[in-house]
Design a protein around this ligand. Structure first.
Ligand SMILES: Cc1cc2nc3c(=O)[nH]c(=O)nc-3n(C[C@H](O)[C@H](O)[C@H](O)COP(=O)(O)OP(=O)(O)OC[C@H]3O[C@@H](n4cnc5c(N)ncnc54)[C@H](O)[C@@H]3O)c2cc1C
Length: 407
Protein backbone atom coordinates (compact mmCIF):
# COMPACT_ATOMS: atom_id res chain seq x y z
CA UNK A 1 0.00 0.00 0.00
CA UNK A 2 1.17 3.54 -0.72
CA UNK A 3 0.71 6.38 1.76
CA UNK A 4 -1.66 8.36 -0.48
CA UNK A 5 -5.01 9.16 1.11
CA UNK A 6 -7.75 6.81 -0.07
CA UNK A 7 -10.77 8.81 -1.32
CA UNK A 8 -14.14 8.27 0.38
CA UNK A 9 -16.22 8.63 -2.77
CA UNK A 10 -15.13 7.76 -6.31
CA UNK A 11 -17.38 9.01 -9.10
CA UNK A 12 -16.88 7.25 -12.44
CA UNK A 13 -18.44 9.05 -15.41
CA UNK A 14 -18.99 6.82 -18.45
CA UNK A 15 -20.46 3.34 -17.97
CA UNK A 16 -18.76 1.60 -20.87
CA UNK A 17 -15.77 -0.71 -20.84
CA UNK A 18 -13.33 1.64 -19.09
CA UNK A 19 -15.85 2.77 -16.47
CA UNK A 20 -16.95 -0.75 -15.58
CA UNK A 21 -13.38 -2.04 -15.41
CA UNK A 22 -12.43 0.84 -13.14
CA UNK A 23 -15.21 -0.06 -10.69
CA UNK A 24 -14.38 -3.76 -10.83
CA UNK A 25 -10.68 -3.21 -10.20
CA UNK A 26 -11.39 -0.81 -7.34
CA UNK A 27 -13.37 -3.56 -5.59
CA UNK A 28 -10.85 -6.26 -6.54
CA UNK A 29 -8.15 -4.13 -4.93
CA UNK A 30 -10.16 -3.95 -1.70
CA UNK A 31 -11.53 -0.42 -2.06
CA UNK A 32 -14.49 -0.39 0.34
CA UNK A 33 -15.60 3.25 -0.08
CA UNK A 34 -18.55 4.66 -1.97
CA UNK A 35 -18.58 4.36 -5.78
CA UNK A 36 -21.01 6.05 -8.19
CA UNK A 37 -21.13 4.95 -11.82
CA UNK A 38 -22.79 7.40 -14.21
CA UNK A 39 -23.73 6.43 -17.79
CA UNK A 40 -25.54 8.55 -20.37
CA UNK A 41 -26.96 5.51 -22.15
CA UNK A 42 -29.96 3.69 -20.72
CA UNK A 43 -28.19 0.33 -21.03
CA UNK A 44 -25.97 -1.20 -18.37
CA UNK A 45 -22.33 -1.49 -19.52
CA UNK A 46 -21.97 -3.35 -22.81
CA UNK A 47 -19.21 -4.24 -25.20
CA UNK A 48 -18.72 -2.38 -28.49
CA UNK A 49 -16.66 -4.76 -30.69
CA UNK A 50 -19.66 -7.06 -31.44
CA UNK A 51 -21.66 -4.04 -32.66
CA UNK A 52 -19.90 -4.16 -36.04
CA UNK A 53 -19.66 -7.95 -36.03
CA UNK A 54 -21.94 -10.55 -34.37
CA UNK A 55 -24.71 -8.25 -33.09
CA UNK A 56 -24.90 -6.35 -36.39
CA UNK A 57 -25.02 -9.66 -38.26
CA UNK A 58 -27.85 -10.86 -36.01
CA UNK A 59 -25.70 -13.88 -35.04
CA UNK A 60 -25.88 -12.93 -31.34
CA UNK A 61 -28.89 -11.65 -29.42
CA UNK A 62 -28.48 -8.04 -28.26
CA UNK A 63 -28.22 -9.12 -24.60
CA UNK A 64 -24.97 -10.89 -25.39
CA UNK A 65 -23.26 -7.52 -25.73
CA UNK A 66 -23.76 -6.92 -21.99
CA UNK A 67 -20.43 -6.94 -20.19
CA UNK A 68 -21.90 -8.29 -16.92
CA UNK A 69 -25.21 -9.77 -15.83
CA UNK A 70 -27.38 -7.83 -13.35
CA UNK A 71 -26.22 -9.92 -10.34
CA UNK A 72 -22.56 -9.32 -11.12
CA UNK A 73 -23.21 -5.59 -11.44
CA UNK A 74 -25.14 -5.48 -8.17
CA UNK A 75 -22.34 -7.39 -6.40
CA UNK A 76 -20.00 -4.45 -7.08
CA UNK A 77 -21.93 -2.35 -4.60
CA UNK A 78 -21.81 0.78 -6.78
CA UNK A 79 -24.62 3.34 -7.03
CA UNK A 80 -25.57 3.37 -10.67
CA UNK A 81 -27.06 6.29 -12.61
CA UNK A 82 -27.86 4.92 -16.08
CA UNK A 83 -29.63 7.03 -18.68
CA UNK A 84 -28.26 10.12 -16.95
CA UNK A 85 -25.42 12.24 -18.34
CA UNK A 86 -22.86 14.30 -16.47
CA UNK A 87 -23.56 17.86 -17.60
CA UNK A 88 -21.22 19.91 -15.43
CA UNK A 89 -18.40 19.64 -12.92
CA UNK A 90 -16.32 21.73 -10.54
CA UNK A 91 -13.41 20.92 -8.21
CA UNK A 92 -15.66 19.04 -5.80
CA UNK A 93 -18.85 17.76 -7.48
CA UNK A 94 -20.35 16.44 -10.71
CA UNK A 95 -23.74 17.69 -11.85
CA UNK A 96 -26.04 15.19 -13.59
CA UNK A 97 -28.77 15.76 -16.18
CA UNK A 98 -31.47 14.72 -13.66
CA UNK A 99 -30.37 17.48 -11.28
CA UNK A 100 -28.37 15.23 -8.92
CA UNK A 101 -25.10 16.67 -7.57
CA UNK A 102 -22.49 14.06 -6.73
CA UNK A 103 -19.68 15.32 -4.50
CA UNK A 104 -16.47 13.40 -5.27
CA UNK A 105 -13.06 12.84 -3.75
CA UNK A 106 -11.81 11.19 -6.93
CA UNK A 107 -13.35 11.49 -10.40
CA UNK A 108 -12.66 9.06 -13.24
CA UNK A 109 -13.64 10.19 -16.74
CA UNK A 110 -14.35 7.19 -18.99
CA UNK A 111 -16.70 8.80 -21.48
CA UNK A 112 -15.22 7.43 -24.70
CA UNK A 113 -15.73 9.34 -27.95
CA UNK A 114 -18.52 10.06 -30.41
CA UNK A 115 -18.74 9.20 -34.10
CA UNK A 116 -17.63 12.13 -36.28
CA UNK A 117 -20.29 13.39 -38.67
CA UNK A 118 -19.66 14.86 -42.11
CA UNK A 119 -20.49 18.58 -42.26
CA UNK A 120 -23.05 17.86 -44.99
CA UNK A 121 -24.48 14.70 -43.42
CA UNK A 122 -28.29 14.69 -43.58
CA UNK A 123 -30.69 13.52 -40.88
CA UNK A 124 -31.99 10.56 -42.85
CA UNK A 125 -33.25 7.21 -41.51
CA UNK A 126 -31.00 5.31 -43.90
CA UNK A 127 -27.80 7.31 -43.18
CA UNK A 128 -26.03 5.91 -40.11
CA UNK A 129 -23.02 6.15 -37.86
CA UNK A 130 -22.03 3.34 -35.52
CA UNK A 131 -20.93 3.85 -31.96
CA UNK A 132 -23.69 2.65 -29.63
CA UNK A 133 -25.95 -0.38 -29.26
CA UNK A 134 -28.89 1.76 -30.37
CA UNK A 135 -26.91 2.80 -33.49
CA UNK A 136 -26.27 -0.88 -34.20
CA UNK A 137 -29.92 -1.85 -33.83
CA UNK A 138 -30.99 0.98 -36.17
CA UNK A 139 -28.36 0.05 -38.75
CA UNK A 140 -29.24 -3.65 -38.55
CA UNK A 141 -32.85 -2.85 -39.24
CA UNK A 142 -31.91 -0.69 -42.27
CA UNK A 143 -29.64 -3.45 -43.61
CA UNK A 144 -32.39 -6.05 -43.23
CA UNK A 145 -34.47 -4.33 -45.89
CA UNK A 146 -31.55 -3.25 -48.09
CA UNK A 147 -29.82 -4.73 -51.10
CA UNK A 148 -26.95 -2.27 -51.18
CA UNK A 149 -24.79 -0.37 -48.72
CA UNK A 150 -22.50 2.60 -49.21
CA UNK A 151 -19.71 3.19 -46.73
CA UNK A 152 -18.21 6.63 -46.51
CA UNK A 153 -14.74 6.23 -44.97
CA UNK A 154 -12.65 3.08 -44.78
CA UNK A 155 -11.61 2.82 -41.14
CA UNK A 156 -11.61 -0.42 -39.19
CA UNK A 157 -15.22 -0.14 -38.03
CA UNK A 158 -16.35 0.71 -41.58
CA UNK A 159 -14.39 -2.24 -42.94
CA UNK A 160 -16.08 -4.55 -40.44
CA UNK A 161 -19.53 -3.19 -41.32
CA UNK A 162 -18.69 -3.73 -45.00
CA UNK A 163 -17.63 -7.31 -44.28
CA UNK A 164 -20.77 -8.03 -42.23
CA UNK A 165 -23.07 -6.59 -44.92
CA UNK A 166 -21.20 -8.29 -47.75
CA UNK A 167 -21.33 -11.63 -45.95
CA UNK A 168 -25.10 -11.14 -45.69
CA UNK A 169 -25.20 -10.78 -49.49
CA UNK A 170 -25.51 -7.00 -49.92
CA UNK A 171 -23.74 -5.06 -52.67
CA UNK A 172 -21.22 -2.96 -50.78
CA UNK A 173 -19.23 0.06 -51.96
CA UNK A 174 -16.62 1.84 -49.87
CA UNK A 175 -15.62 5.41 -50.68
CA UNK A 176 -12.33 6.60 -49.19
CA UNK A 177 -10.71 9.99 -49.65
CA UNK A 178 -7.15 8.67 -49.23
CA UNK A 179 -5.54 7.10 -52.33
CA UNK A 180 -5.06 3.88 -50.33
CA UNK A 181 -7.48 2.94 -47.55
CA UNK A 182 -5.79 2.75 -44.11
CA UNK A 183 -2.69 4.45 -45.56
CA UNK A 184 -2.47 6.92 -42.70
CA UNK A 185 -2.64 4.24 -40.00
CA UNK A 186 -0.99 1.24 -41.64
CA UNK A 187 1.15 2.64 -44.46
CA UNK A 188 0.65 2.18 -48.18
CA UNK A 189 1.65 -1.47 -48.52
CA UNK A 190 -0.42 -2.89 -45.67
CA UNK A 191 -3.30 -0.51 -46.41
CA UNK A 192 -3.40 -1.85 -49.98
CA UNK A 193 -3.63 -5.38 -48.60
CA UNK A 194 -6.63 -4.37 -46.47
CA UNK A 195 -8.30 -2.94 -49.59
CA UNK A 196 -7.46 -6.14 -51.48
CA UNK A 197 -9.16 -8.17 -48.74
CA UNK A 198 -12.31 -6.14 -49.31
CA UNK A 199 -12.14 -6.47 -53.09
CA UNK A 200 -11.42 -10.21 -53.06
CA UNK A 201 -14.65 -10.56 -51.12
CA UNK A 202 -16.69 -8.60 -53.62
CA UNK A 203 -16.76 -5.18 -51.92
CA UNK A 204 -16.06 -2.32 -54.32
CA UNK A 205 -13.45 0.12 -53.08
CA UNK A 206 -13.33 3.62 -54.57
CA UNK A 207 -10.25 5.24 -53.10
CA UNK A 208 -8.76 8.67 -53.66
CA UNK A 209 -12.07 10.45 -54.14
CA UNK A 210 -13.94 12.57 -51.64
CA UNK A 211 -17.71 12.73 -51.20
CA UNK A 212 -19.09 16.22 -51.77
CA UNK A 213 -22.71 15.94 -50.68
CA UNK A 214 -25.62 13.62 -50.13
CA UNK A 215 -28.37 13.72 -52.73
CA UNK A 216 -32.04 12.85 -52.77
CA UNK A 217 -32.32 9.57 -54.64
CA UNK A 218 -36.03 8.91 -54.36
CA UNK A 219 -36.07 7.28 -50.93
CA UNK A 220 -32.62 5.78 -51.41
CA UNK A 221 -29.34 7.43 -50.44
CA UNK A 222 -27.23 9.20 -53.04
CA UNK A 223 -23.70 10.50 -52.61
CA UNK A 224 -22.13 12.87 -55.12
CA UNK A 225 -18.32 12.55 -55.30
CA UNK A 226 -16.00 15.43 -56.17
CA UNK A 227 -15.26 13.81 -59.55
CA UNK A 228 -18.94 14.19 -60.43
CA UNK A 229 -19.90 10.52 -59.97
CA UNK A 230 -23.10 9.83 -58.08
CA UNK A 231 -23.38 6.62 -56.09
CA UNK A 232 -26.77 5.39 -54.94
CA UNK A 233 -27.51 2.73 -52.31
CA UNK A 234 -30.35 1.62 -50.05
CA UNK A 235 -28.46 2.75 -46.98
CA UNK A 236 -25.19 4.40 -45.99
CA UNK A 237 -22.79 4.36 -43.07
CA UNK A 238 -20.49 7.29 -42.37
CA UNK A 239 -17.29 6.04 -40.73
CA UNK A 240 -14.96 9.03 -40.73
CA UNK A 241 -13.47 8.78 -37.26
CA UNK A 242 -14.41 10.08 -33.85
CA UNK A 243 -14.59 13.31 -31.85
CA UNK A 244 -14.10 14.11 -28.17
CA UNK A 245 -17.10 15.56 -26.40
CA UNK A 246 -15.98 17.18 -23.15
CA UNK A 247 -18.28 20.21 -22.91
CA UNK A 248 -19.41 19.09 -19.45
CA UNK A 249 -15.79 19.40 -18.18
CA UNK A 250 -15.55 23.16 -18.89
CA UNK A 251 -15.80 23.88 -15.15
CA UNK A 252 -12.35 22.29 -14.74
CA UNK A 253 -10.90 24.49 -17.47
CA UNK A 254 -10.62 21.58 -19.92
CA UNK A 255 -11.10 22.00 -23.70
CA UNK A 256 -14.51 20.85 -24.94
CA UNK A 257 -13.24 18.91 -27.95
CA UNK A 258 -9.75 17.62 -27.14
CA UNK A 259 -8.54 14.37 -25.53
CA UNK A 260 -7.75 14.59 -21.82
CA UNK A 261 -3.97 14.86 -21.36
CA UNK A 262 -2.80 12.73 -18.46
CA UNK A 263 0.43 11.68 -16.78
CA UNK A 264 1.65 8.14 -17.44
CA UNK A 265 -0.77 6.70 -14.89
CA UNK A 266 -3.93 8.51 -15.89
CA UNK A 267 -4.03 11.63 -13.67
CA UNK A 268 -5.37 14.53 -15.75
CA UNK A 269 -2.72 17.26 -16.14
CA UNK A 270 -3.14 20.05 -13.62
CA UNK A 271 -5.47 18.06 -11.37
CA UNK A 272 -4.93 16.04 -8.19
CA UNK A 273 -8.26 14.18 -8.18
CA UNK A 274 -9.40 13.74 -11.79
CA UNK A 275 -8.31 10.73 -13.87
CA UNK A 276 -9.15 9.65 -17.42
CA UNK A 277 -9.14 6.22 -19.06
CA UNK A 278 -10.01 4.72 -22.44
CA UNK A 279 -10.71 6.37 -25.78
CA UNK A 280 -10.95 9.89 -24.33
CA UNK A 281 -7.58 9.76 -22.55
CA UNK A 282 -4.13 10.68 -23.88
CA UNK A 283 -1.59 9.23 -21.46
CA UNK A 284 2.02 10.35 -21.43
CA UNK A 285 4.32 7.53 -22.51
CA UNK A 286 6.30 6.56 -19.37
CA UNK A 287 9.71 6.77 -20.97
CA UNK A 288 9.35 8.92 -24.09
CA UNK A 289 6.89 11.33 -22.53
CA UNK A 290 4.79 11.89 -25.66
CA UNK A 291 0.99 11.76 -25.29
CA UNK A 292 -0.54 8.57 -26.69
CA UNK A 293 -4.26 8.12 -27.23
CA UNK A 294 -5.51 4.72 -28.35
CA UNK A 295 -9.05 3.77 -29.28
CA UNK A 296 -8.41 0.12 -28.44
CA UNK A 297 -10.43 -2.23 -26.26
CA UNK A 298 -7.32 -3.60 -24.52
CA UNK A 299 -5.97 -0.18 -23.73
CA UNK A 300 -9.22 0.95 -22.02
CA UNK A 301 -9.11 -2.19 -19.87
CA UNK A 302 -5.47 -1.77 -18.92
CA UNK A 303 -5.77 1.92 -18.13
CA UNK A 304 -8.83 1.30 -15.94
CA UNK A 305 -6.76 -1.21 -13.97
CA UNK A 306 -3.91 1.24 -13.44
CA UNK A 307 -6.16 4.13 -12.36
CA UNK A 308 -8.24 1.96 -10.01
CA UNK A 309 -5.10 0.62 -8.34
CA UNK A 310 -3.74 4.13 -7.99
CA UNK A 311 -6.95 5.33 -6.34
CA UNK A 312 -7.15 2.25 -4.10
CA UNK A 313 -3.58 2.87 -2.96
CA UNK A 314 -2.19 -0.38 -4.38
CA UNK A 315 1.41 -0.32 -5.46
CA UNK A 316 1.62 -0.54 -9.26
CA UNK A 317 4.45 -2.89 -10.12
CA UNK A 318 4.02 -2.85 -13.88
CA UNK A 319 2.86 -0.07 -16.16
CA UNK A 320 -0.11 -0.60 -18.45
CA UNK A 321 1.13 -2.74 -21.30
CA UNK A 322 3.37 -0.55 -23.38
CA UNK A 323 2.71 -2.50 -26.57
CA UNK A 324 -0.77 -1.52 -27.78
CA UNK A 325 -2.98 -4.25 -29.20
CA UNK A 326 -5.96 -3.99 -31.55
CA UNK A 327 -7.89 -6.63 -33.47
CA UNK A 328 -10.48 -6.54 -36.24
CA UNK A 329 -12.57 -9.37 -37.71
CA UNK A 330 -13.22 -9.16 -41.46
CA UNK A 331 -14.42 -11.87 -43.87
CA UNK A 332 -13.49 -14.69 -41.50
CA UNK A 333 -9.96 -13.36 -40.90
CA UNK A 334 -8.65 -11.90 -37.66
CA UNK A 335 -6.46 -8.86 -38.28
CA UNK A 336 -4.22 -8.09 -35.33
CA UNK A 337 -2.13 -4.98 -34.87
CA UNK A 338 0.47 -4.56 -32.14
CA UNK A 339 2.65 -1.56 -31.39
CA UNK A 340 2.62 1.92 -32.91
CA UNK A 341 2.68 1.78 -36.75
CA UNK A 342 2.51 5.59 -36.96
CA UNK A 343 6.07 5.71 -35.57
CA UNK A 344 7.46 3.62 -38.44
CA UNK A 345 10.01 4.87 -40.95
CA UNK A 346 9.83 1.68 -42.97
CA UNK A 347 7.34 -1.16 -43.47
CA UNK A 348 8.34 -4.62 -44.62
CA UNK A 349 6.44 -7.83 -45.27
CA UNK A 350 7.94 -10.34 -42.81
CA UNK A 351 5.84 -13.37 -43.79
CA UNK A 352 4.35 -13.76 -47.26
CA UNK A 353 2.58 -17.08 -47.77
CA UNK A 354 1.22 -15.87 -51.13
CA UNK A 355 -2.25 -15.24 -49.70
CA UNK A 356 -3.57 -12.43 -47.55
CA UNK A 357 -4.24 -14.96 -44.82
CA UNK A 358 -0.96 -15.53 -42.99
CA UNK A 359 0.72 -12.33 -44.19
CA UNK A 360 2.57 -10.39 -41.48
CA UNK A 361 3.97 -6.88 -41.89
CA UNK A 362 6.69 -5.38 -39.69
CA UNK A 363 7.09 -1.67 -38.97
CA UNK A 364 10.57 -0.34 -38.16
CA UNK A 365 11.89 2.90 -36.67
CA UNK A 366 15.49 3.64 -35.72
CA UNK A 367 16.45 0.06 -36.52
CA UNK A 368 13.91 -1.44 -34.13
CA UNK A 369 10.59 -3.21 -34.57
CA UNK A 370 7.85 -0.79 -33.44
CA UNK A 371 4.70 -2.50 -34.76
CA UNK A 372 3.42 -5.58 -36.55
CA UNK A 373 0.22 -6.32 -38.44
CA UNK A 374 -0.91 -9.91 -38.96
CA UNK A 375 -3.67 -11.21 -41.19
CA UNK A 376 -4.83 -14.26 -39.27
CA UNK A 377 -1.39 -15.25 -37.96
CA UNK A 378 -1.71 -15.16 -34.16
CA UNK A 379 1.46 -17.11 -33.32
CA UNK A 380 3.98 -14.90 -35.12
CA UNK A 381 2.11 -11.86 -33.88
CA UNK A 382 2.44 -12.91 -30.24
CA UNK A 383 6.17 -13.37 -30.79
CA UNK A 384 6.56 -9.95 -32.43
CA UNK A 385 4.55 -8.33 -29.67
CA UNK A 386 7.05 -9.58 -27.11
CA UNK A 387 9.91 -8.47 -29.33
CA UNK A 388 8.48 -4.96 -29.67
CA UNK A 389 8.21 -4.78 -25.88
CA UNK A 390 11.83 -5.89 -25.58
CA UNK A 391 13.04 -3.34 -28.18
CA UNK A 392 14.21 -5.99 -30.69
CA UNK A 393 16.51 -4.79 -33.48
CA UNK A 394 16.35 -5.78 -37.14
CA UNK A 395 18.81 -8.68 -36.78
CA UNK A 396 16.74 -10.23 -34.01
CA UNK A 397 13.61 -9.83 -36.11
CA UNK A 398 15.32 -11.59 -39.06
CA UNK A 399 16.22 -14.52 -36.78
CA UNK A 400 12.61 -14.77 -35.59
CA UNK A 401 11.31 -14.59 -39.17
CA UNK A 402 13.62 -17.45 -40.24
CA UNK A 403 12.74 -19.56 -37.22
CA UNK A 404 9.00 -19.05 -37.61
CA UNK A 405 9.21 -19.80 -41.35
CA UNK A 406 11.05 -23.09 -40.70
CA UNK A 407 8.27 -24.45 -38.48
C1 LIG B 1 -18.52 -0.62 -33.45
C2 LIG B 1 -17.22 -0.70 -32.71
C3 LIG B 1 -16.39 -1.82 -32.88
C4 LIG B 1 -15.18 -1.91 -32.21
N1 LIG B 1 -14.38 -3.00 -32.42
C5 LIG B 1 -13.18 -3.07 -31.80
C6 LIG B 1 -12.32 -4.20 -32.02
O1 LIG B 1 -12.65 -5.11 -32.78
N2 LIG B 1 -11.14 -4.22 -31.37
C7 LIG B 1 -10.73 -3.22 -30.52
O2 LIG B 1 -9.61 -3.28 -29.95
N3 LIG B 1 -11.53 -2.15 -30.27
C8 LIG B 1 -12.74 -2.06 -30.90
N4 LIG B 1 -13.55 -0.98 -30.68
C9 LIG B 1 -13.07 0.08 -29.76
C10 LIG B 1 -13.43 -0.23 -28.31
O3 LIG B 1 -14.76 -0.68 -28.21
C11 LIG B 1 -13.22 1.04 -27.48
O4 LIG B 1 -11.83 1.29 -27.51
C12 LIG B 1 -13.72 0.92 -26.05
O5 LIG B 1 -15.10 0.72 -26.01
C13 LIG B 1 -13.36 2.17 -25.27
O6 LIG B 1 -13.92 2.13 -23.99
P1 LIG B 1 -14.28 3.48 -23.21
O7 LIG B 1 -14.74 3.05 -21.85
O8 LIG B 1 -13.19 4.46 -23.34
O9 LIG B 1 -15.50 4.11 -24.02
P2 LIG B 1 -16.94 3.55 -24.35
O10 LIG B 1 -16.94 2.06 -24.41
O11 LIG B 1 -17.37 4.29 -25.57
O12 LIG B 1 -17.86 4.00 -23.12
C14 LIG B 1 -18.07 5.35 -22.81
C15 LIG B 1 -19.46 5.52 -22.24
O13 LIG B 1 -19.54 6.82 -21.64
C16 LIG B 1 -20.81 7.38 -21.91
N5 LIG B 1 -20.78 8.85 -21.79
C17 LIG B 1 -20.26 9.74 -22.67
N6 LIG B 1 -20.42 11.01 -22.20
C18 LIG B 1 -21.04 10.90 -20.99
C19 LIG B 1 -21.46 11.85 -20.03
N7 LIG B 1 -21.27 13.17 -20.18
N8 LIG B 1 -22.08 11.39 -18.91
C20 LIG B 1 -22.26 10.06 -18.71
N9 LIG B 1 -21.88 9.11 -19.60
C21 LIG B 1 -21.26 9.53 -20.72
C22 LIG B 1 -21.11 6.91 -23.32
O14 LIG B 1 -22.48 6.98 -23.60
C23 LIG B 1 -20.56 5.47 -23.28
O15 LIG B 1 -21.56 4.56 -22.91
C24 LIG B 1 -14.78 -0.86 -31.33
C25 LIG B 1 -15.60 0.26 -31.16
C26 LIG B 1 -16.82 0.34 -31.84
C27 LIG B 1 -17.70 1.57 -31.67
Amino acid sequence: MSNARIPDHVVVVGAGLGGLRTVETLRAEGYAGRISLVGAEPHPPYDRPPLSKEILAGAWPDERAALRDPDELAALGAETHFGVAAVGVDESAVELSDGTRLAYDALVVATGVRARLLPFQPEHPAVHTLRTLDDCIALRSSLAGARSLLLVGAGFIGAEVAATARTAGLDVTVVEALPVPFERVLGEQMGALCAQLQEENGTQVRAGVRPERFTDAGGRVGVRLVDGTELVADCAVVGVGTVCDNGWLAGLGLAPDAPLSCDYRGLVDGSSAVYAVGDIAAWAHPTRGEAVRLEHWTSATEQAGVVAKRIAGTEITREADLVPYFWSDQYGLKLQLVGRPERAERVEVLHDPGTIKGTVGGYFAEGRLVAALAFHAPRPLARYRRMIGAGADEAQVREAVAELASR
